[in-house]
Unconditional design. Structure first.
Length: 385
């Protein structure tokens, strides 16, 4: 089997799709395929480490001036479609020598490819919830997905929920669309207080001393509901177990950040911003409770990472989250502030519930693995080879 895998998503900061791409690439590399190549931009390499290393070196060598110029160009109206077209052309040129390889685009898009191809569609939020993205992103990603659906020999989704959405929305034959679950990194596992304390102390946190949310601060994550519900908890509870938010500032997050700052000034919220993988694993493992009220996810990797650390999880019952959590999580409607408030109160104060939820989450997390994800992806490759 010969595979050419696009790894442009493997870049700093490593978000959900970047993590998926990296874990898939590393897993495929361990399998010893007949031929495995990695495509990043217009560069093709036999080694994931060297390809990622070269990209990081190039990033580090970028001057502040050139970075500023690039950022300015991204804001010029009309340039985005041209830039996308150029990127697609460069990818097509680079992979022409590998037309006997299965091309896999793990981030919604694939270039025109004479040979067999696979695309991963993580979610359809640009179609289902366009109001949760900037208009230019909606237009760009919709076009990428539509083109990829036409070109791909097979489609991979992260969950059965998204698989059914893709089948229904694009009227595709079910046999052409395959659900392959993701997994949490091996970095996410239960930790002793002694191991957690030094790292958390540097962030002014205590093991078991906070409720955690992880994700980009943007409308789709439904943080407004969480902030409002947490504010209703007694001040003594909020002060003892503050809400911690770990994630980059996203689109239309200005008002949320104003509310976050007010809560921080009142002493019951801490905002960490983006946390790198090594630090994030410790922050997740140290949480007393994990809250994730998102309105729409393709998989919802943070909830599985928390479960893998033995942290009780409460989340919305929207989209694929019940598929990921099964019976291990406590759910609320994404519009039900009262329901979320009740779960927060229970999750922080009910010792028996917390113990049962922790055990159930650990058991559920073990059902997912990157090794299984890689194996099932290879099975998809075999359907198109």
């Amino acid at each position: 089997m010969k595979v050419l895998l696009a790894i442009d998503a493997v870049k700093h900061p490593l978000t959900g799709i970047g993590r998926y791409t990296y874990e898939l690439a590393a897993g495929l590399e361990r399998r010893g395929l007949e031929s495995l190549r990695f495509l990043q931009g217009a560069r093709v390499s036999q080694s994931l480490a060297s390809q990622v290393g070269e990209a990081q070196a190039g990033l580090a060598g970028t001057s502040a001036l050139s970075a500023s110029v690039k950022a300015g160009l991204r804001r010029v109206p009309g340039l985005a479609p041209l830039r996308t077209a150029i990127e697609q052309w460069r990818m097509s040129q680079a992979q022409q020598a590998y037309e006997d390889h299965i091309f896999h685009g793990p981030n919604y898009a694939i270039p025109a490819h004479i040979g067999p191809s696979v695309v991963t569609i993580h979610d359809l939020s640009v179609f289902k919830m366009p109001e949760s993205h900037p208009a230019d992103r909606v237009k760009k990603v919709r076009r990428q997905i539509e083109e990829a659906i036409k070109r791909a020999s097979a489609v991979i989704t992260d969950t059965q929920f998204t698989r059914q959405e893709v089948i229904d929305f694009f009227a595709l034959p079910p046999a052409r669309v395959h659900a392959v679950h993701l997994a949490s990194s091996q970095d996410f596992y239960p930790r002793d207080v002694v191991d957690l304390a030094p790292a958390l102390r540097a962030l002014d946190l205590e093991p078991g001393g906070y409720t955690l949310f992880v994700g980009t601060v943007e409308p789709r994550k439904n943080l407004q509901l969480l902030l409002d519900a947490y504010a209703r908890l007694p001040l003594a509870v909020r002060s003892r177990w503050p809400l911690v938010i770990a994630g980059s500032a996203g689109w239309r997050s200005g008002k949320l950040h104003e509310q976050i700052e007010r809560a921080r000034a009142e002493g019951w919220l801490k905002y960490l911003g983006y946390a790198p993988q090594e630090q994030l694993a410790l922050v997740v493992a140290g949480a007393r409770l994990f809250a994730f009220p998102s309105r729409y996810e393709g998989f919802g990797l943070p909830v599985l990472e928390a479960a893998g650390c033995g942290v009780p999880v409460i989340c919305s019952n929207a989209s694929c989250l019940p598929e990921v959590g099964g019976l291990a999580f406590a759910y609320h409607d994404p519009d039900d502030g009262d329901g979320l408030f009740a779960l927060l109160d229970q999750g922080l104060t009910d010792t028996q519930w917390r113990e049962e939820a922790s055990k159930a989450g650990l058991h559920r997390a073990r059902a997912f693995s990157w090794d299984r994800c890689v194996s099932e992806t290879i099975l998809v490759y075999k359907t198109v080879s």
